[in-house]
Design a protein around this ligand. Structure first.
Ligand code: PEP
Ligand code: MG
Length: 757
């Protein structure tokens, strides 16, 4: 073999073998016979003692449908669930697996009828078509064999061929349809609700030809397809509803750059030189990318993988029908509302869909930081992500209800449920109208105490909510968001632009900029530092800022420039000691001196604050309060450090409650100290945005609450129906006489006093 051939793991023998597989697929024997021929051809080619094909059946069962090497009596008898045993694990994760000592793997499960205990090593790959796992192809050896990457790649290529056979329904009874209503839980990625018909994303990525004889023709096809895809992307990105500046533009421009990546094109051309068709070369490079990045957790790399997946699908669609657009949306049958169903999605893929009837997007894997979410929010499309089992539960054409506000998707809802959903939509519209009517009313209690309701802002899109909600200003502008969606660190002038847009949108309402809060749960792509074993407690936030003064300096410079001649508030995140605050402050002082020296226009008023989100600062209150103009409690982090419970870990987040005696006592101490030192206090964590949380906070002296846009209406409604004096007495009693959670006590109070909660 030549070096190039070795590199792609695909030799002359395999090419011959692929032709044989193709012949088997085309012949007219019974499906079972053809499948058996395939297992024996692959087993021989891979020098494996066992080769087996497991096919997906209804209810996520995998059935052994053909084997060379295992006990033949087990065929059609051995069944396993997705996730069960090594084969089930490959299907559930849709990822290849190679083990030299399979039996010591924790997922190993023994199926006695197969006689497989004598085989030590195992390599398996999912058989996939259009994102859907159709089965698993497995080889096994008696010895402890180390399967090479090239061998796995070859197996993956065979799986591509096999996918065609399975997708054409050669095995009767494959995949019975689900028909019962099901509710699946997920994570709200972009808010909203919708109802529509399930449309599977990328239905057309099937590959018909794998082997080619004329590389020149294939390269030309690839080149043409690439040109078409690039120009299609240019068209998509020029859509008028995307024109406005915002993070979604950064996300989409990065995507455009990846479409011009030369290394990627070179790798695909190399694969063509080794005998693959253009589409097989595209698929091959996708498999390489998945193998390299499939299991990484780094959100930046995961987004890159999603971008490559998107481009791969475009190229495949383009190659499949060289006359067509090369988009990945597939055909949407009629003009009914529809909901797109996918494993994950790149930001540009969403743009392929006609937005008139697009009612939502449900993703098996996507999370709130996914780039598609940023684009979806800019377009006001509800998205629910992180829904295990989604792809296996939905049938194309099912009715779906997406309820991203409550983290759920309903599959095949009954007529009754659909009716109540429509009733819910009407009620929602009424509630919205009620909040709308409160927009210009103050958040004033019945006995005349004014509470300031402010907005938490991250994305540019959130800025529109200032006018929509009637918030008094921006209580927390999270500056890391523009850093998170880019490949590089924005320079001073780019940052100035962003901050200026924020101040312009605020139109004179106060804005509090929080300096960079990198690390922990907020991954900045441009510095790929080692997060350590415990990222929440690691080198993050202000710790990075004081160790890299240039970062903070540039940011402060940009904020000062953006706010020239206008008032602005600035605060540092994650302050643990007053010394740390002083270090950050001296960087600010130097920037102010520099600006003065250069004759730059300074903000008309600059107030400097600190966040309190590390418990240690609550034991330095007199010291910190002497130094700051205001304090802002970040209850999300404060709560996680107070209870030692990771805010992102679902197994522990709901165990401890912010509205509970110990946490509220801490918050009350902070509020008392601020009163004593006459320093304004805000709370900007999630608890401020829940009606009950806000009630508790108001009752212990918090008069400035900063929250997400959707919370302003409900919290204002609650505050306007409260008597402040009664609430203070209640909280003071509860904190003296109770222990543990107080949510029920507050709900009872609300019921007794006709307060909506
Ligand atoms: C907090 O920790 O409460 C907070 C407001 O900051 P973030 O959620 O951005 O960490
Ligand atoms: Mg925080």
């Amino acid at each position: 073999m030549t070096a190039a051939v070795e590199q792609n793991g695909f030799g002359r023998n395999s090419r011959t073998m692929l032709r044989r597989l193709r012949d088997v697929m085309a012949d007219t024997r019974a499906p079972q016979e053809r499948l058996d021929s395939i297992t024996s051809i692959i087993g021989a080619d891979m020098a494996a003692e066992v080769c087996s094909i497991y096919v997906r059946r209804s209810d996520n069962l995998l059935e052994l449908c053909s084997t060379e090497g295992l006990n033949k009596d087990a065929v059609h008898r051995t069944l396993m669930h997705f996730g069960e045993g090594l084969v089930g694990d490959i299907a559930a994760r849709a990822q290849s697996l190679a083990l030299s000592d399979a039996q010591s793997h924790p997922k190993f499960a023994y199926f006695p009828e197969t006689g497989e205990e004598i085989y030590q090593s195992l390599a398996g790959v999912p058989v996939m078509r259009a994102d859907r796992v159709l089965g698993v192809l497995v080889v096994q050896n008696r010895s402890r064999r180390q399967y090479s990457d090239e061998e796995i790649e070859t197996l993956e290529t065979f799986a591509m061929v096999l996918a065609e056979l399975l997708a054409n329904g050669v095995l009767d009874g494959q995949e019975n349809k689900h028909d019962a209503p099901v509710r699946l839980a997920g994570q709200s990625v972009a808010p909203g609700v919708g109802i529509g018909i399930a449309h599977f994303h990328r239905p057309s990525t099937a590959i018909r030809r794998v082997v080619a004889d004329n590389p020149a023709i294939e390269k030309e096809r690839l080149d043409n397809a690439m040109q078409s895809v690039r120009s299609r992307i240019d068209t998509l990105l020029s859509a008028p509803d995307l024109a406005e500046a915002g993070e979604h533009r950064d996300v989409l421009e990065t995507f455009r750059m990846i479409a011009h990546d030369r290394g990627w094109l070179t790798r695909m051309n190399d694969a063509i030189d080794n005998g693959l068709t253009a589409e097989a070369a595209v698929q091959r490079s996708r498999a390489d990318m998945r193998a390299r990045l499939g299991s990484v957790q780094n959100p930046y790399l995961r987004e890159r993988l999603a971008d490559f997946e998107d481009l791969t699908n475009r190229l495949l669609a383009q190659l499949a029908d060289e006359e067509e657009n090369g988009d990945t949306a597939g055909t949407i049958d009629d003009d009914q509302p529809y909901i797109v169903v996918a494993r994950s999605m790149g930001p540009a893929e969403l743009l392929d869909y006609d937005r008139t009837n697009l009612a939502g997007l449900v993703l098996e894997e996507g999370s709130a930081t996914a780039h598609v979410a940023i684009v979806a929010r800019a377009l006001d499309i509800p998205v629910l992500g992180n829904i295990p089992g989604l792809l296996s539960e939905v049938n194309p054409g099912d009715h779906l209800i997406i309820d991203a506000d409550n983290g759920q998707v309903l599959l095949r809802p009954t007529e009754d449920v659909q009716d109540s959903f429509h009733a819910g939509l009407r009620a929602r519209a009424e509630t919205k109208a009620r909040y709308q009517a409160l927009r210009d009313q103050p958040a004033r209690t019945l006995d005349g105490v004014d509470i300031s309701l402010l907005l938490n802002v991250g994305l540019m899109f959130d800025l529109q909510q200032l006018d929509a909600t009637g918030a008094e200003g921006i209580g927390l502008y999270r500056t890391e968001i523009p850093f998170m969606v880019r490949r590089d660190i924005p320079d001073v002038s780019q940052q100035t632009d962003v901050y200026r847009r924020v101040l312009d949108a605020a139109g004179g309402r106060p804005v509090t900029f929080r300096t960079l809060d990198a690390g922990g749960d907020k991954n900045i792509q441009a510095f790929d530092h080692d997060p350590g074993d415990n990222p929440a407690l690691g080198w993050r936030s202000i710790r990075i800022s004081v160790d890299h003064p240039s970062l903070l300096r540039n940011q402060i410079r940009a904020i000062l420039r953006a706010a020239a001649g206008a008032p602005v508030d600035l605060m540092f995140p994650m302050v643990s000691t007053v010394g740390e605050f002083d270090a950050a402050r001296s960087i600010l002082d130097r920037e102010l001196e520099r600006a003065l020296r250069l004759g730059e226009v300074l903000p008309s008023k600059l107030r400097l604050g600190s966040m309190l989100e590390v418990p240690s600062l609550a034991w330095q209150l007199p010291e910190i309060l002497r130094r700051v103009d205001f304090l802002s409690v970040g209850s999300n982090d404060l709560q996680q450090f107070f209870f030692a419970a990771d805010r992102g870990d679902q197994r522990v987040t709901h165990r401890y409650d912010a509205v509970s005696v110990p946490f509220l006592r801490l918050l009350r101490n902070i509020s008392n100290a601020c009163k004593k030192h006459d320093k304004p206090l805000t709370l900007c964590g999630e608890m401020a945005g829940s009606r009950i949380g806000a009630m508790a906070l108001v009752g212990i002296g918090y008069h400035r609450l900063s929250m997400a846009a959707a919370s302003i209406g409900p919290v204002k409604e609650t505050i306007r129906s409260l008597n402040y004096n009664d609430l203070q007495i209640l909280m003071s009693n509860l904190l003296e006489t109770r222990e543990g959670r107080l949510v029920e006590n507050l709900k009872a109070f609300a019921r007794d006093h006709q307060v909506p909660a």
